[in-house]
Design a protein around this ligand. Sequence first.
Ligand code: ATP
Length: 363
Amino acid sequence: MAEIELRHIEKHFGPVHVIKDVNLTVKDKEFVVFLGPSGCGKTTTLRAIAGLEEIDSGDILLDGKPIQGLRAADRDIAFVFQNYALYPHFTVFENLAFPLRAVGTAKDVVDRTVRSVGKSLGILHLLNARPSALSGGDMQRVAIGRALVRRPKALLLDEPIGSLDAKLRETMRIELKRLHYENGSTSIYVTHDQVEAMSLADRIVVMNDGVLQQVGTPTEVYLYPANLFVAQFIGSPVMNIAATKVSEADGNARIALDDASFDLPRELLGMLEQKQAAPDLSLGVRPEGVIVSRDDKPGYRPAEAHIIQPFGGFDIVDLKFGEKTLRARTSSGYVDKPGATVFARIDPAQAHFFDTRSGASLG
Ligand code: ATP
């Protein structure tokens, strides 16, 4: 068992309030990713769990027991740093063996464990090499291996593949996922890369300015963002967000965006009324929720295609409805050139509404 619980964690660095009343339970064997922009407090929270940073108040519990009084070395939690932090004068074998030797593990157990971890990370052939001879990916494999040899209760990883190139990051991401699938230790992973977060996490914790914005599965945070921040932070290309006014017209809910308007099912009015919608509303719709047709059809509005970005399997097309631009996802080559007139509607199942002032999702 290794469940990590944070209760009302607070942390200041001088006058800067870095962690604000953070509450979270990471379940046994769960892979949780802290995702947020630079400076939002992800690393500080991770370091606090590891015992590398003191908190001002609150409780950090491992399997129900407070651990903030324990030194980092006594917490049975391993930490993987972005910059690897390998011992340069040691071989890979010695780096991997170090945490075991430090607690007086018998030689044959050290040998067996290092080989087993080395095998699972695909670095057996590098055991006699020194870190300076390794590629970035292999250095990070050794750093992860060193964290795993003592079979810690929990594994904390701070942007562990952030300094690798894009191709290698993808390879390492899949390896990390496999490793967790095979070993399954409770893991918390920090990144500002939403693709990494989406592909690795059982649950994503979206942070901004020291506050947890939303905790949910990748699908939940993508499909049901709790607020405007999450809506715009998750998803690439980003969700279209536009100030809107909603009114009843011709038996529909009419969504007005400057000089463009779209009709959505009437039930939307009831839903917004029920939520006591604020006067300032924002519509959010992901590019795949803007449905494009070459032909005029009922409910579709004319638009002029502007920038077209081909991504191979699909295109992202900027559509101008007068002054308002919405970004749409189409099949590859569907809109043949900028300037073409096309028609579009908004898929009601993919329309989100937010209170513009508080940012909160209204559904
Ligand atoms: P990044 O991805 O850039 O590491 P982060 O979300 O992990 O960002 P933190 O590293 O936790 O954010 O930093 C949160 C805030 O605390 C930032 O404003 C940072 O400048 C500040 N900070 C972090 N460590 C210290 C420190 N030791 N002393 C003073 N301020 C600090």
